[in-house]
Design a protein around this ligand. Structure first.
Ligand code: HEC
Ligand code: HEC
Length: 212
């Protein structure tokens, strides 16, 4: 009973955010991709020219929602999210963030996948799709979409996570779990990550990183 009401609460928050993000999106993700390509030179040293970094310390930005990129950059800039100080120094204008975000969102995610551990892929996929009813981990697919490729085009609250570097995914999930990353709206990710074991984090990251 308790579990069901927790699920209902999560769904309620999710639905509320769907409607909010649909309205935010129209104004904050429209940028100039051409200008963004030039400005993205500021980011390429770490994230790669087209947002496909090969180094797992730096997340892939190619194919990510512009609205999500804009939000994260603002979070870094305002100190709501730690780990990328360079953005605060380099970006002065909202327009730059929108242009760069739009440019990266239009690039195709590609690169090499760390050789997947077959034993973990299946359990990772099960957790991704179904969650863990016993411990109350809510299935990731409900918010991150099929294969982690996101929801509808104009819903940028829930990032694309399929095809992201495995080690980056593990790092973020552990940060949500231990409370060192707290910029998730409504604590949605913290609520999920707090219930996850190390084994579950490793398995789901293995599955997701193979969905390029
Ligand atoms: C000196 C290296 C460096 C540069 C330059 C840099 N970043 Fe990053 N960026 C990082 C690191 C490291 C992270 C991951 C932080 C973490 O582990 O939480 C990150 C994360 C991000 C994220 C979060 C992605 C996600 O999936 O949540 C966004 C968005 C981002 N950077 C945008 C930019 C943009 C836009 C620029 C250029 C204006 C830029 N970064 C320049 C190092 C850099
Ligand atoms: C109730 C909705 C919801 C569920 C369920 C959910 N997530 Fe999330 N997740 C989010 C939101 C919202 C964000 C964006 C947080 C932000 O704005 O910084 C996010 C962010 C993330 C990130 C960080 C991505 C990045 O690029 O920085 C990872 C990794 C992630 N989720 C993995 C998962 C996994 C794995 C599961 C399932 C075990 C899951 N999520 C279940 C809503 C959810």
């Amino acid at each position: 009973m308790k579990l069901i009401s927790q699920y209902a609460q999560v769904m309620f928050t999710t639905l509320a955010l769907f409607s909010v993000s649909a309205t935010i999106q129209a104004s904050d993700s429209i940028g100039d991709a051409g200008a963004g390509e030039r400005k993205a030179a500021l980011c390429s040293e770490c994230h790669g020219d087209d947002g496909n970094s090969d180094n797992p310390d730096y997340p892939r930005l190619a194919g990510q929602y512009a609205g999500y990129i804009v939000k994260q950059v603002k979070d870094f800039k305002n100190g709501h999210r730690l780990g990328n100080d360079s953005v605060a120094v380099m970006l002065n204008y909202d327009e730059d963030i929108r242009d760069i975000g739009t440019y990266f969102s239009q690039q195709k995610m590609r690169g090499t996948v760390t050789k997947p551990n077959q034993a973990l892929l299946a359990s990772g996929e099960t957790l991704y799709r179904q969650g863990n009813a016993k411990s109350g981990v809510y299935g990731c697919i409900n918010c991150h979409g099929e294969k982690g490729k996101g929801m509808a085009e104009n819903v940028t609250t829930f990032p694309v996570i399929g095809g992201q570097h495995r080690d980056y995914l593990v790092k973020q999930l552990k940060e949500f779990r231990q409370g060192t990353r707290t910029n998730d709206p409504g604590g949605m990710m913290t609520g999920v990550a707090k219930k996850m074991t190390d084994a579950e984090i490793n398995a789901v990251a293995e599955y997701l990183s193979a969905q390029l």
